[in-house]
Design a protein around this ligand. Structure first.
Ligand SMILES: [Cu+2]
Length: 133
C-alpha cells in the first residue's frame, strides 16, 4: 500500500508540472542533422503561427550552409549557436555552420506552404524541404 502511494505521488510529480506549463512553453522544436552532406530528415513539418525552435547540427568535418529564401522572413527571428549569418537586402540570406556546429532559428512561421532549402557550398548538392501546415 505504501509503495502504491509512493508511486502515485511520483506520477503526480511527473505529470503536474508538465500540465501546468504556461502557453509560452509550447514551442515546437525540431532538429535537422547534417551527416555526409545530407540533411536528415529530408522533410520536416512545422506549423504556421506557432513558435518554433529549428536546429541544424553539422556532424561533418566540413562547413555547410543553410540557404532558405522566404522561410526566415519572420519578424521574430532570432539566431543562436555558432553559425555565421549572412544578410542581404531582403533579410537573412543564409547561415554558415562550421564543422560540429549548431545553429538555432527561433521564429514563428508566418504562413503555410512548402519551402525548400539548400546548402550552397560548391559541389555539395544538398537540398531538403520544410512543410509548414
Ligand atoms: Cu554542404
Amino acid at each position: 500500500m505504501k509503495g502504491a502511494l509512493g508511486l502515485i505521488s511520483l506520477i503526480w510529480m511527473l505529470v503536474i508540472p508538465t500540465a501546468a506549463l504556461p502557453a509560452e512553453a509550447e514551442v515546437e522544436s525540431v532538429t535537422v542533422e547534417i551527416r555526409s552532406r545530407v540533411f536528415i530528415p529530408q522533410q520536416i513539418h512545422l506549423h504556421h503561427s506557432r513558435k518554433t525552435l529549428l536546429r541544424f547540427r553539422n556532424h561533418d568535418t566540413e562547413l555547410h550552409t543553410v540557404v532558405a529564401k522566404e522561410l526566415f522572413l519572420s519578424d521574430d527571428l532570432t539566431l543562436s549557436g555558432n553559425g555565421a549569418p549572412e544578410f542581404g537586402p531582403e533579410g537573412l540570406k543564409k547561415v554558415i555552420i562550421p564543422p560540429d556546429g549548431l545553429i538555432e532559428f527561433q521564429f514563428t512561421p508566418a504562413r503555410a506552404g512548402t519551402f525548400s532549402y539548400l546548402c550552397d557550398m560548391p559541389g555539395h548538392n544538398m537540398q531538403a524541404m520544410i512543410v509548414i501546415e
